[in-house]
Ligand binder design. Sequence first.
Ligand code: ZN
Length: 145
Amino acid sequence: MRCKRCGYDLRDLGEHRCPECGRPFDPQRPRTWLSKPVSGRKSLLLAIVGAVLFVIPLALALAEDVGVDFMSRLPTAVRVPVYLLCAALMITAMTIQTNVLRTGTLVLLDRHPWVTDRRTFYASVPISVAVLGYFIGTLLLRVFS
Ligand SMILES: [Zn+2]
């Protein structure tokens, strides 16, 4: 349990206010404190893993767009699991990027958050925005064209 602003350890305190920076917190409400410091490296790694998970289904969709339609030549017994795997990859990738963006928004809203390795953390946010933006943009283009 750590202060959301400065990272001070808030356990076993008499009053519900950070002695270091004065930020109030409520032990009953986990939203008012951090369970552990936000790791910049872990966030960046997650954003990259999410981006890579997007690549496989996108590559298949793009191959179809340019006429390399090898998927339709595959037997149904192979094609169905491949589609299901692609859907699972997309959902996993979206969950990862949404989580990175959610943490990013929380951190950016709070002015002095406690992030270990801040530069790598900030690198993870544009990756998530770009990947999610590209995916949603592609989706919208397909729906409205
Ligand atoms: Zn504090």
